[in-house]
Design a protein around this ligand. Structure first.
Ligand SMILES: *Cc1c(COP(=O)(O)O)cnc(C)c1O
Length: 382
């Protein structure tokens, strides 16, 4: 089955009793049993719920996995992966992570004795050199948020597994989505999503996802999901499933609009730098071209005027682009990483990697491109 068919039909069955095309919202906590322990595969909704199952099967299909898991947020999906580790274990992560991921690693898990090392994953060598006997997990984000750096998933997997095949490699695929890149096919063990973003796609829910292709890893993750309990509810599962069915159409337009916005900003006299992996001037353009089928709808840029006041003037004056946290919905959003999405990263760390006051991040939506460009042009002329 090809990708555009998978988003609609992957893992889906028509509902058994009525033939309903979409799964009903099984708004139930429990299920009647014929005899103790004898049920139809559903005992209690923390363990499994049929609406969530339909979504989890869809999640598995679109990432070319065998098992999918839906969580109450992207953060709880990451939490599930980290709960596999034990005190003393070493984790290697990218140095330009989603702010909440960095915060979870440093402020929640360091105190349980996990050791985190952040490296620039632009170069596979940096990852290889960081691996020790204690390394249990490599956490990759690509493209990164907000600087759009690209890590070579296939090379990192190959280099890591050659040193120790037991090291788990997880990829946060939120920005690219499986429409653009499929980490399990490139050698990763776990794919993670904030389904809040492109998979849901309509800014109407908070959800996380994990996808894997190994049965014993799936069993471990399901045990943690069940035991810790951060599951997606049936209503949200229904909404996310509806979102996934148009992922390919939305992504196609996000990519077209993203490319046009990146080109417009690149030639604008008030713009200093544009961060978009589809620009030939991007330092990792060749990896992006090899690894991704297109370049997505996330575009960051820096203004020539590096003051916070200049950035704020722009941010207060867009009309179609709403100033808001989050990304990946049909509507265009604009974000100021320093004060919004990345405020939880200490200033020194932020400046070291280039998250400055003049950095602005756009989630380019699927509106008419003429309206988006006009909006940016008008806000830049303030
Ligand atoms: C939003 C986001 C998360 C966290 O997901 P939530 O659904 O907000 O909990 C993790 N990684 C990336 C790249 C994100 O954009």
């Amino acid at each position: 089955m090809k990708f555009n068919t998978k988003t609609i039909h992957g893992g889906q069955k028509h509902e058994a009793s009525t033939g309903a095309i979409m799964p009903p919202i099984f708004q139930t906590s429990t299920y009647a049993q014929a005899s103790p322990g004898q049920h139809k595969g559903y005992g209690y909704s923390r363990s499994a719920n049929p609406t969530r199952t339909a979504l989890e099967d869809s999640f598995a299909a679109i990432e070319n996995g065998t098992h999918g898991f839906a969580f109450s947020s992207g953060m709880s999906a990451i939490d599930c992966v980290l709960r596999r580790l034990k005190p003393g274990d070493h984790v290697i992560a990218g140095d330009d992570l989603y702010g909440g991921t960095y915060r979870m690693f440093k402020q929640l898990f360091e105190k349980y004795g996990l050791k985190f090392q952040f490296v620039d994953m632009d170069s596979t060598d940096n990852v290889r050199k960081a691996i020790t006997e204690k390394t249990q997990l490599i956490w990759i984000e690509t493209p990164t948020n907000p600087l759009m750096k690209i890590a070579d998933i296939k090379e990192i997997c190959k280099a890591t597994k050659a040193i120790n095949s037991a090291i788990t490699i997880a990829v946060d695929n939120t920005f690219a989505t499986p429409y653009l890149q499929r980490p399990l096919d490139l050698g990763a063990d776990i794919v993670m999503h904030s389904a809040t973003k492109y998979l849901g796609g309509h800014s109407d829910l908070i959800m996380g996802a994990l996808m894997v292709k190994d049965a014993s890893l799936a069993e471990e993750l399901h045990f943690i999901q069940f035991a810790a309990g951060a599951i997606a509810g049936p209503m949200d599962s229904f909404l996310a499933l509806r979102g996934v069915k148009t992922l390919h159409l939305r992504m196609q337009r996000h990519c077209e609009n993203g490319k046009a916005v990146a080109a417009f900003l690149s030639s604008h006299p008030k713009v200093e730098t544009v961060y978009y992996p589809g620009l030939e001037s991007h330092p990792n353009y060749s990896i992006a071209k090899k690894q991704m089928d297109d370049f997505g709808g996330m575009v960051s840029f820096k203004l020539k005027d590096q003051s916070k006041a200049a950035a704020f003037l722009f941010l207060e004056n867009t009309k179609v682009f709403a100033l808001a946290e989050s990304l990946g919905g049909v509507e265009s959003l604009v974000n100021h990483p320093v004060t919004m999405s990345h405020a939880s990263i200490p200033e020194a760390e932020r400046l070291k990697i280039g998250i400055t006051d003049s950095l602005i991040r756009l989630s380019v939506g699927i509106e008419d491109i003429e309206d988006l460009i006009e909006d940016l042009d008008s806000a830049l002329s303030q």
